[in-house]
Design a protein around this ligand. Structure first.
Ligand code: GLP
Length: 263
């Protein structure tokens, strides 16, 4: 894992946007894996800014979101469909037919899960997957106990996740109990996983993800098996890392190498 500890959350989000832009420059028809939640919103603002400045073109990109609540119509302001339109898609030139969010309101959820997996495969797989981290160690909505080989399916949310996401809905009662989510195995198939975690509330989950034993109890630890993971943190999220100084030192060395190679 490449662990990058930035000075603050703002810098971490801007670095995430830069890495996504670098991917699109390298491959204009990249398949992006996108995430929701409070953490990536600043990253999306930076992508919009770069688009408006003419620095980035989304016209050939395709995208797949990690997850969606079950039971919310797409127009519901807290559906991830509506979130992504408001935070990104309505402000950049990704064609409407190119972005995908799982359908959380359908008669046949099993078929929707299979359809979503097949659609990712048909587009050639995800080049870069942006991820956030749940305080209980989830990625997407892969809650503790998720199979580390899981594919897109329906998951029950933990009480911790329901409590954490109540801030978006106004109360815990209004948070859907079920979600459709890419599996851990689906996420691990991405060419590059880009994890963005900020704030002291994530420090425990971050330490477990990077330094803890791999366990289905902390699904994000599965990223330790992936060959190409970048973790972007702020100081608060990094504060419980045992080897924080080592990651800072090796990242400084890496930046010197990158600069000398003109990366
Ligand atoms: C949510 C989403 C995740 C997200 C995580 C963290 O429930 N399903 O994809 O990464 O929880 O959210 P936040 O960034 O708001 O802390």
């Amino acid at each position: 894992m490449r662990v990058i500890i930035e000075t603050d959350a703002e810098t971490a989000c801007i670095s995430a946007a830069r890495i996504i832009c670098d991917q699109i420059h390298k491959k204009p028809n990249s398949v992006l894996g996108l995430a929701t939640g409070g953490t990536p919103t600043r990253c999306y603002q930076e992508l919009i800014r770069r688009f408006q400045n003419g620095e980035i073109d989304f016209s050939q990109t395709r995208s797949f979101n990690l997850d969606e609540y079950i039971g919310l119509p797409e127009e519901h302001p807290e559906s991830y469909h509506a979130f992504m339109k408001a935070q990104l898609f309505d402000h950049v030139n990704i064609p409407a037919g190119n972005w995908h969010v799982p359908k959380g309101l359908t008669d046949d959820l099993t078929r929707e899960c299979e359809r979503y997996e097949a659609a990712i495969t048909a587009e050639g797989g995800i080049d870069i997957q942006l991820l956030g981290l749940g305080r209980d160690g989830h990625i997407g909505f892969n809650e503790p106990g998720s199979s580390l080989a899981s594919r897109t399916r329906v998951k029950h949310l933990t009480m911790q996740t329901i409590a954490d996401n109540a801030r978006f809905f106004g109360s815990e009662e209004l948070v859907p109990r079920l979600a459709i989510t890419m599996g851990v195995g689906t996420i691990l198939d991405a060419g590059h996983c880009l994890m963005l975690a900020t704030g002291a509330g994530k420090a425990e989950a971050v330490a477990a993800m990077i330094e803890g034993p791999v366990s289905a109890s902390v699904p994000a630890t599965a990223l330790q098996f992936h060959r190409n993971v970048t973790v972007l943190l702020d100081q608060d999220a990094a504060k419980l890392l045992k080897h924080g100084d080592y990651y800072r030192m090796s990242e400084n060395a890496q930046r010197i190498i990158d600069n000398s190679m003109g990366v």
